[in-house]
Design a protein around this ligand. Structure first.
Ligand code: PMP
Length: 426
């Protein structure tokens, strides 16, 4: 069933490290061969062997309207006909920026970049430039892209300065990164006792990179308070959750608001885009208005702007989409949970808007360490069983899932039925 993908994978490995351009695609945590994708079609992916899968990844978030949405495709094609890139301003950038800031009370200006990694890296530089401080605080299990100072792992204990989690990152570069446990207020306070030089807290307010774990509201409030007390900026990394969990991302769901928000793939609807946004006082520090340097040849690429603009306008025109998406996410996770219960399999589920997650776990994990107690063998069995039956879930228990508007209740019910076949033999 996967012959062509197996050959394509072997071939790719000859010229691309590990055969992939982003490690998670290699299926390392569940084993086996990743299907090579030929095309998308609405809610489905079709691989080069002709297998068809209901796609719960949606390019890791961006495709809220599924694959090949006609409106987005038309906007992209129209824009392409006028040229691919100018390296000069275009009004599409202003239009997309305006759509974003109009949605938020606390955002005045947006700077576009080309990836989530760039968005968070630049947001941190801005926070350091504004506050004149050097340290940053991140949480264990939150992923903010692969820039040097964000690739850290825990030192000897929690609430410590991190050590590099990858060769190639000098310890000198991560010594300014404090690492703290997610959802742990005591730990957070300890970090601020250790350093009076913290420029920003960066957090996934709804984490999607250690599985799907929304932060406790009390924890986000504590982040907001401690930032206010210490002249530290709060950055919500909404690269994945922006326009996914609600029309205003996490900011539309929780009361504590951030000073800077980073966006990514979702605002590009499948084209390479990222952005960071804040109020006009903070953004005034950014070049060319201010001294904090940041730039990008392809930033604000017109084709990407056109795709994002069309997607955002469709969402704004029909905010009820989010209720529908969440209803489907709840239908899926409730159904999976019922199946797991039937076979006495410890299983935890969660949703926010169009995002969902599940863990094969006795407890409902609240942080990275607790995710480590999940059953990874069961996850791998589930993943491969579902893939063979035509359901494409993220290939790691450390990832989230996504619903698209083109998925039907029938699709979801078929998925639950397939899950029953697998779980009954677990
Ligand atoms: N922040 C978050 C929350 C992310 O989920 C990701 C990517 N999954 C990034 C940053 C990095 O984005 P990119 O892969 O576009 O560089």
């Amino acid at each position: 069933m996967f012959e062509k993908s197996i050959n394509a994978y072997e071939d790719a490995k000859k010229v691309i490290p590990g055969g992939v351009d982003s490690p998670v695609r290699a299926f390392n945590s569940v084993g086996g061969t990743p299907p090579f994708i030929a095309r998308g079609e609405g809610a489905y992916l079709i691989d080069i062997d002709g297998n068809k899968y209901l796609d719960f990844i949606q390019s890791w978030g961006p495709l809220i309207f599924g694959h090949c949405d006609k409106d987005i495709e038309e906007a992209v094609i129209r824009t392409v006909m006028d040229g691919l890139s100018f390296g000069a301003p275009s009004v599409l950038e202003t239009e997309l920026a305006r759509e974003i800031v109009e949605m938020y009370d606390n955002l005045d200006k947006v700077r576009f970049v080309s990836s989530g990694t760039e968005a968070t890296m630049s947001a941190i530089r801005l926070a350091r430039g504004v506050t004149g401080k050097n340290d940053i605080l991140k949480f264990e299990g939150c992923y903010h892209g692969h820039s040097d100072s964000l690739l850290v792992q825990a030192g000897s204990g929690m609430a410590t300065f991190g050590t590099p989690s990858s060769p190639g990152v000098p310890a000198d570069l991560t010594k300014h990164t404090l690492l703290c446990e997610y959802n742990n207020i005591e730990n957070l306070k300890k970090c601020f006792e250790q350093s009076s030089d913290i420029a920003c807290i960066i957090i996934e307010p709804i984490a999607g990179n250690m599985g799907f774990i929304p932060a406790d509201i009390e924890f986000l409030k504590a982040c907001r308070e401690i930032c206010d007390e210490n002249n530290t900026l709060l950055i919500y990394d909404e690269v994945m959750t922006g326009f996914r969990t609600s029309l205003k991302g996490t900011s539309g769901i929780v009361e504590p608001q951030a000073d800077i928000i980073t966006f990514g793939k979702v605002i590009g609807a499948g084209m390479p885009v990222g952005a960071f946004a804040s109020n006009k006082e903070i953004m005034a520090h950014l070049s060319p208005d201010g001294a904090v340097y940041q730039a990008g040849t392809l930033s604000g690429n017109p084709v990407a702007m056109a795709a994002g603009l069309t997607s955002l306008r469709k969402l704004k025109a029909n905010p009820a989409i989010y209720d529908d998406l969440n209803a489907k996410a709840v239908r899926l996770t409730t159904g999976l949970k019922e199946v797991a219960n039937k076979y006495n399999i410890p299983f935890q589920v969660n949703t926010r808007g169009s995002m969902f997650g599940f863990f094969f776990c006795d407890i409902d994990p609240k942080n990275f360490k607790e995710v480590g107690t999940c059953n990874f063998d069961r996850f791998a069995t589930f993943h491969h069983g579902m893939l063979k039956r035509g359901f494409y879930f993220a290939c790691s228990q450390y990832e989230a899932g996504f619903i698209s508007t083109v998925m039907t209740n029938e699709d979801i019910d078929a998925c639950i039925k397939a899950a029953d076949e697998i779980m009954k033999d677990m």
